[in-house]
Design a protein. Sequence first.
Length: 353
Amino acid sequence: MKRILSLLFGLALTLNAQQTANMSATTPNGASNVAAYHVGTAGSVGACYWIVSNFAGGGQVIAGPVAPTDLNGTLSGSNYEQLNWTAPPVGFSVTYDVLKTAVGNPIIPATCTAPTQGASVGLATGLTSPTYQDQGGALSPYTLKGFPNQGATGACRLNNWDFVWPLTECIVSGSPAFVSQGAAADGGADLEAHGSATNIPLELKGKGTGALEYNGITLADSSGAALNQVYSVEASVSIANVNSGYVLVPAVTGRTYKVVRVLEEAVGGNVTACTDVRISDTASSPVDVTLAVIAQLTAGVFLDEANPNLTVEAGFGVPLTANKGIQIRKTTAGGGCATATSIFVIVMYKINS
């Protein structure tokens, strides 16, 4: 009986262990097979070269050194040390920094020691290809950051205590949020964000310029902006901000806006003193969307693009300047706007259309 109970207890432990897959983060391998050879007239000067791999998560891994002893005393575009290495086996968007230490004539390879933090050893940074030509560039101070969170642990498990149908959860220790995915009770598929924080967004993004698609239909670009959907911004802009130019929709790299409707109303009195108020993009030479002369900006009167008192300019209904935002501003002619305390404005626009 004791043997049977022991076997059952062992089986229970095994089954329990199968419910959770424990993982740990380790420092990845950096560049490998670092090699150097001289092109041009060789000499007897030596140096120690190190290759730092920069990973997208912010970590750095150093490899090397390689210690050639055939450098010429004067390096140039036709007389240089060629460096090559093999990219790390993991990681995307990895870039490379080249460090150079212990330059001497002659040099003993055994004198290569790891670079001192902050020392002037940086030869090249931000390289995207695993190759470099040392043509005698100046060295700059360099600090190696190392690799963050290399001791992190995590676990993937099936959660059957919070959901009717168990969901797969992958959790990293210390992280305020995690994602679960699995089948829903109604037969659909669930992808949910969880955690201790009050508000946890769930982001779905494509890579690079890749869009978010469903069944071949593009729902949003890689930034999450829904294409050809109408967005709106509503603001009560003080007259002081109108005079200085107030950004209603900030610029985002890779986005182009198209304004499809504008509504304006003077608040606290009629607009006086200035010449006109405009909706435009934020380019250095702004493209105007609408123009309202101050005689039409009277308190309590709504203007929109269908009103002849709000002039539709060349930028209305067409793509504005790429990578620029949308603003409300006074014209550059005349003085600042006055009397009214603010202008209430609504701008409706599309993204990347």
